[in-house]
Design a binder for this molecule. Structure first.
Ligand code: NDP
Length: 279
């Protein structure tokens, strides 16, 4: 029997990057999956990738939705339960770092950047968990949040609001884990380091710029001790581990760092990413 057979997983932000990789793995390992994002074309691509590995179309539900809206969240939960009958695994992965229209960084960014960053990386997770809770309690399910290395104890003078939103998410992971384990639901999270996804593009950087940053980090041991920036699948495997009670049942409210050792040295912060792009 496949590892997640009989399970239903809802993965937010699965139209690209880490979420797409996780959705493909869950489906390949037997789960019925709800995939979602705002971009219908990219969502189709995820669906196509899943079907390419021989998964029947009836195991996939694709929903175009903005996860910060109540309406979008209600459709995600209600349509999933209507189609598959229950919900076992919620992966709160949708997120990203937002840019200031004036190009300012750190604490000088417009306060709207702070509000919007908190809304997608933090508030939407709280409200989606509130809506999904009754279903996850019924199934004694799992919640996996996707945090970031940026939530760690070091400061980040560039992506300040992003790091703050993920640090708040970590605290939510810990606190909600205590509340929900009383009902048999586990909450954990993964904190990825720099990962090759659409993250930079979503911030407005062209793919060539991200290639330059990645190549710089991979050739500087103080940025990436392992000499490699993560592939989305590296992070997706941790998500599956945390969703698999036979493997991780005694892990409650933790964030597993998967960053190739970057946060042990944090040399990335010794270099201004905007200067790397200018060089
Ligand atoms: P991508 O940009 O590749 O994927 C982000 C996903 O989030 C997309 O599917 C996007 O879908 C979705 N998303 C963003 N905003 C919304 C919204 N308002 N409503 C619905 N969906 C939304 O980046 P990653 O895969 O890298 O990001 C996934 C998670 O990993 C994020 O939480 C990010 O913070 C975290 N992370 C990433 C790191 C990295 O280096 N890549 C490092 C550490 C953490 P669409 O555009 O279709 O709406």
């Amino acid at each position: 029997m496949a590892r997640f057979s009989g399970k239903v997983a809802l993965i937010t932000g699965s139209s690209n990057g880490i979420g797409r990789a996780a959705a493909i793995l869950f489906a390949q390992q037997g789960a019925k999956v709800t995939i979602t994002g705002r971009n219908a074309e990219r969502l189709k691509e995820t669906r196509h990738e899943i079907k390419k590995s021989g998964i029947p179309a009836e195991n996939i539900l694709a929903i175009v939705a903005d996860v910060i809206t109540d309406e979008g969240q209600m459709r995600l939960i209600n349509d999933t339960v209507r189609k598959f009958g229950h919900l076992d695994i919620l992966v709160n992965n949708a997120g990203g770092a937002l840019m200031d229209a004036q190009g300012r960084v750190g604490m000088d960014q417009d306060i709207s950047v702070f509000d919007n960053t908190m809304q997608i990386n933090m508030r939407s997770v709280v409200t989606l968990v509130q809506k999904a809770k009754e279903h996850l309690i019924k199934s004694k399910g799992e919640i996996i949040n996707v945090s970031a290395m940026a939530a760690g104890h070091h400061g980040d003078p560039i992506a300040t609001f992003y790091g703050m939103s993920k640090a708040a998410l970590d605290q939510f992971t810990r606190s909600s884990a205590i509340s929900l384990i009383q009902h048999g639901v586990r909450v954990n999270s993964v904190s990825p380091g720099f990962t090759k996804t659409g993250f930079g593009e979503a911030m407005g950087f062209p793919p060539i710029a991200m290639k330059k940053v990645i190549s710089f980090y991979e050739s500087h041991k103080e940025c990436a001790p392992s000499g490699a920036i993560a592939q989305p699948g590296d992070i997706a495997q941790v998500i599956l581990f945390l969703a698999d009670r036979t493997m991780s049942s005694y892990i409650i409210g933790q964030s597993i760092i998967a960053d190739g050792g970057s946060s042990l040295v944090m040399g990335m912060h010794a270099h201004d990413m905007l200067d790397i792009l200018k060089a």
